[in-house]
Ligand binder design. Structure first.
Ligand code: SAM
Length: 482
């Protein structure tokens, strides 16, 4: 195995402060996705290693698509793969080039809240009058939308459920005749409101109904009963602030003359057709990267950048459940099916097969012996953690192997990972992954750490499962010819 360079401290928030301001940068903060990237990681990797405009970036665990935002604004195309069906919506919302002005007043015309610029329909600017839009929303009384979820009553008091069912009903009733960029903004704000009015705790991404939260919601119910305008005010404020963030990305895309185009399947001819100002954003949500068969020839991708799921973290689908149901993207059986495919949540592969595949990964072998011993002591033969950890590294090995074939020769792979604690032992993921990358046929060209300021995914977890991380590691490797 080749030599690994000495680790450096990236301190991204300091070193990149001139290019990435600390608050609400572009559209990165539009949605609080669990274990979201800091934008610095995709920015750093893409801008340092992709020298040719209009290249192709892949994020195989794209989550809320931080990578796509950075790839697009730097002039590249991006493939976003994730098992979570929410990914397609978030990718589009966060990368869209908006074509409307949000006017905060009303039209004065009770019939309409939108004026479409007919002369310049293709690239002209529509006007949306927020107050008029909200009047329509408040007056709506036709078909309500109730999520197809048995458990919905567990998460809402009746009056809030009815209010949301009315707002979502209104959104779905106008959607077909409205510009998609405006509807995306509206849905995103309604998702925010749907969490705001729910029993789901707001300081942890996981869906969790705490006593404290129940009390908070009781107070809110009382306030809303006296002042029914409160939810609408929350919605309106979000519309304005999210619009401003969307506008900041759109201005960059406008200046650079970049037009994103969205595709929901991947094929080679699609990518060939990318020309001039267009950039393809390929949204492959609801896709298990482990079983996905890339329908493109090998050595096609120019750069990969990603942050993988944590070991034993089934949080992503669960955290986003309210949103998935309000957006009508899933039903109960689909959620169960997809959750089973979430990495870090499986224990199906035979341990001897795993050990054979990972036989050269020395750090894994030594930590696995320690974990097994601890688990046996604590739980006898019935421990559940060790099989999850084994399966996790095995699956990740297979994925990295597959991604190696899709990457062009000498292409780079940026991998951002933390070191969790399992059964009281720190798992040196950065070392294990360095060895996996090398075993698969990569050369490590850069490695370093960055302090975690707010590890949101990890809040509220029990001792046994991954926690205690205070730094994450960026490993950049290059495909070599084995
Ligand atoms: C650490 S998060 C990525 C967050 C992302 N970098 C962002 O900025 O939002 C890891 C992602 O891996 C996804 N994931 C888990 N298992 C997967 C699988 N089998 N195939 C594809 N994606 C998977 C999760 O849904 C989650 O979105």
């Amino acid at each position: 195995m080749s030599i690994i360079p000495a680790p450096k401290e990236f301190a991204f928030k300091k070193t990149l402060v001139d290019v990435i301001p600390p608050i609400n940068f572009l559209t990165h903060n539009l949605y609080s996705y669990p274990a979201k990237f800091i934008p610095h990681v995709p920015y750093y990797t893409i801008s340092k290693y992709l020298k040719q405009d209009n290249s192709l970036v892949l994020d195989p665990f794209s989550g809320s698509s931080s990578t796509a935002i950075e790839a697009l604004r730097l002039g590249h195309n991006c493939i976003c793969i994730d098992i979570n069906p929410l990914t397609n919506f978030l990718t589009e919302v966060k990368t869209q080039r908006i074509n409307f002005e949000l006017q905060q007043n009303s039209t004065g015309d009770s019939k309409s809240f939108i004026s479409i610029n007919k002369d310049r329909k293709k690239c002209g600017t529509n006007n949306i009058y927020l107050d008029s839009f909200m009047e329509k929303m408040k007056d709506y009384s036709a078909e309500f939308f109730y999520p197809n979820w048995n458990n919905i009553d567990h998460w809402y008091p009746e009056e809030f459920k009815q209010l949301l069912a009315r707002i979502w009903g209104f959104i779905y009733s106008i959607e077909a005749n409205m510009p998609a960029d405006f509807m995306n903004l509206t849905k995103l704000c309604t998702l925010y409101l749907s969490r705001y009015l729910s029993y789901g705790a707001r300081d942890v991404p996981k869906l969790f109904k705490s006593k404290r939260r129940i009390q908070q919601l009781e107070t809110l119910r009382e306030k809303v009963s006296k002042n029914p305008e409160i939810p609408y005010k929350v919605f309106k404020n979000k519309m304005i602030s999210y619009y401003t963030q969307m506008k900041s990305l759109s201005s960059i895309l406008f200046e650079k003359n970049i037009f994103p185009e969205y595709e929901f399947t991947l094929n080679k001819s699609l990518l060939k057709s990318v020309d001039g100002d267009k950039r393809k954003i390929i949204c492959l949500g609801e896709t298990d990267v482990l079983s996905y068969d890339f329908p493109i020839e090998n050595e096609f991708i120019d750069l990969i950048v990603t942050s993988p799921p944590y070991i034993y973290a089934q949080e992503y689908m669960r955290s986003t459940k309210l949103d998935l149901y309000w957006l009508d993207l899933v039903n109960d059986s689909r959620v169960r099916e997809l959750t089973k495919k979430e990495l870090g949540n499986k224990k199906t592969t035979d341990i001897s097969i795993i050990m054979n595949k990972l036989r050269n990964i020395k750090t894994f072998i030594s930590i696995s012996q320690i974990l097994e011993k601890t688990e046996r002591k604590k739980y006898g033969k019935n421990g559940k953690y060790v099989p999850l950890v084994y399966n996790y590294f095995y699956d990740m090995y297979l994925i990295i192997e597959k991604l190696h074939t899709t990457l062009r020769k000498k292409g780079e792979f940026g991998f951002f990972v933390g070191n969790p604690t399992v059964l009281g032992h720190l798992i040196p993921c950065h070392k294990i992954f360095c060895e996996i990358f090398q075993d698969v046929g990569f050369k490590i060209i850069e490695i370093g750490f960055d302090q975690i300021i707010s590890p949101r995914l990890l809040k509220g977890r029990k001792n046994e499962s991954p926690q205690g991380m205070d730094a994450e590691w960026l490993i950049i490797s290059r495909k070599t010819n084995l």
